[in-house]
Design a protein around this ligand. Structure first.
Ligand code: PRP
Ligand code: ORO
Length: 469
């Protein structure tokens, strides 16, 4: 069966339907391609899988992976027919067993070709690529049966992937018109729809990333690390989602600030490497205050080096962070290896990680793509990651908290085209779980009073929002 005959056959099997459909991107479409139907027709499944295989005969690669679910039958058939290894990417993480998102046998650095049945916005493909790349797999080529020509394939090309498809939707329509399956009006209307309905990938992505907010009860229930659970208990008990950033220079200032704001905070954020007079005794004093006021100690160390160095930085004297920090930050600019190295120290039973997914500086390099990849890495290590530092994105996983710095209560200050970062905005619209406030508290004349004010505003903003408990 050649491509034209196959297109006609697919039409007869109801793969192309006209009507009113809502696409994954949210767009309303007058037509839909339903390749899930072909699992009922083994010969057709085989034929389409061979058409896809023909697109990669010039390539050398280690694995095939189908975008779940529709393309799983395609990747399986190709793998079986051509004795190739296959990898399965899950849509959702299982709550039992190994809890892996990517199943199969592979090594970091292995190459993989990814297959979808249809590319519309390209979001499904990108989600799968990010999960596989998060595992260290290398992907250059992506395939689909049909490119709906609505922007997804172009976007994937822009992202550096080579897209190969059996058909464009225009080709399918041409074959069907020639074969008398669709009339001139259907042909024209569909093409006009495509031309006038390009999907803005970034917009769709941003909309999909507007997360639901979760109650602290739900977060505590879903969080895996004991420190994360303890944090939500403190938040609920003290009715505070305030983390005070103690960016001070001396131990005396740190201890005085911790004692003053202690009753109003759930965490204190430290930069102990900035203390001019650091000694291990200071940590003992700080721990006493943490116990007295019931807050956690969050060392904002932002590890970013290769695994070997990160391990040393976490454990080495004089700071010995691993021995006392309840929480510590880590960048994933080096990939997930930084996190894995920290885990390999065997010291993460009592210290949880926060992944820095997005920085708030004006010319930050943590663009959307970086942030989303960092979020994926955080989600893949949810047993040791308590949350992410980010401005705009909250993980879909309720157990991974969103911590956001740069929040202040002075609306006027931020009304000049800057990101609006009043607690109401942060908690209600962005799904923030913990607000980090620094200068707004420690630079004030009365840090205790300021922290009390922030505590109240933060808690009220949390109560006002629509929590998905
Ligand atoms: O390019 P996109 O805008 O992401 O749209 C295309 C995706 O939509 C469909 O999957 P769907 O999410 O409906 O799920 P299914 O495969 O599990 O049925 C289809 O199988 C593609 O994967
Ligand atoms: O965009 C989508 O969600 C979509 C379009 C289409 O034609 N077929 C499909 O399975 N999904």
């Amino acid at each position: 069966m050649n491509k034209k005959e196959l297109a006609l056959k697919l039409f007869d099997l109801g793969v192309l339907q006209f009507g009113e459909f809502t696409l994954k991107s949210g767009l309303q479409s007058p037509f839909y391609l339903d390749f899930r139907r072909i699992v009922a027709y083994p010969d057709i499944l085989k034929n389409i899988s061979e058409q896809l295989w023909n697109l990669v005969t010039d390539l050398e690669f280690d694995h095939l992976c189908g975008v779940p679910y529709a393309a799983l039958s395609l990747s399986s058939t190709m793998a079986v027919l051509h004795s190739k290894s296959m990898i399965v990417k899950r849509k959702e993480q299982k709550k039992h067993g190994t809890k892996k998102m990517v199943e199969g046998i592979y090594q970091k650095g292995d190459t993989c070709v990814v297959i979808d049945d249809v590319i519309s916005s390209g979001i499904s493909m990108i989600e799968t690529l990010e999960a596989l790349e998060g595992e260290g797999l290398k992907i250059k080529h992506v395939l689909s049966i049909v490119d709906r020509m609505q922007g997804g394939a172009v976007m994937l090309n822009d992202y550096g992937y080579e897209v190969r498809t059996v058909y464009t939707i225009r080709e399918v329509l041409e074959y069907l018109k020639e074969g008398g399956k669709v009339n001139q009006k259907q042909y024209t209307d569909t093409l006009v729809f495509i031309e006038t309905n390009r999907i803005d990938f970034e917009q769709v992505r941003a909309r999909r990333k507007q997360r639901t907010s979760y109650s602290y009860k739900k977060i505590g229930k879903e969080a895996k690390h004991p420190v994360a659970k303890r944090l939500t208990e403190i938040v609920l008990k003290k009715k505070t989602n305030l983390c005070c950033s103690a960016d001070v220079k001396t131990s005396a200032e740190l201890l005085a600030l911790a004692d003053a704001v202690g009753p109003n905070i759930c965490m204190i954020k430290t930069h102990t490497d900035n203390l001019s007079d650091f000694t291990p005794e200071i940590i003992e004093e700080l721990k006493k205050l943490a116990e007295k006021h019931n807050f956690l100690i969050f060392e904002d160390r932002k590890f970013a080096d290769i695994g070997h160095i990160v391990m040393q930085q976490f454990t080495a004297a004089p700071l010995c962070i691993a021995d006392w920090a309840d929480v510590v930050t880590v960048h994933v600019v080096a990939g997930s290896s930084s996190i894995e190295a920290l885990k390999a120290t065997g010291k993460l039973d009592t210290t949880a990680l926060i992944v820095v997914a997005e920085m708030s500086t004006q010319d930050t390099l943590t663009d959307q793509k970086y942030t989303e990849k960092a979020m994926t890495i955080a989600e893949q290590h949810s047993d040791i990651v308590l949350g992410t530092v980010s401005q705009n994105y909250r993980s879909d996983n309720p157990g991974i908290m969103m911590l956001t710095p740069g929040i202040n209560t002075d609306r006027k200050k931020d009304g000049l085209g800057q990101t609006y970062n009043h607690p109401d905005e942060a908690f209600a619209k962005r799904g923030v779980d913990i607000m980090i406030v620094g200068r707004g508290i420690y630079s004030s004349d009365n840090p205790r009073l300021q922290s009390e004010i922030y505590k109240k505003i933060g808690w009220e903003s949390y109560l006002k929002r629509d929590n998905d408990a």
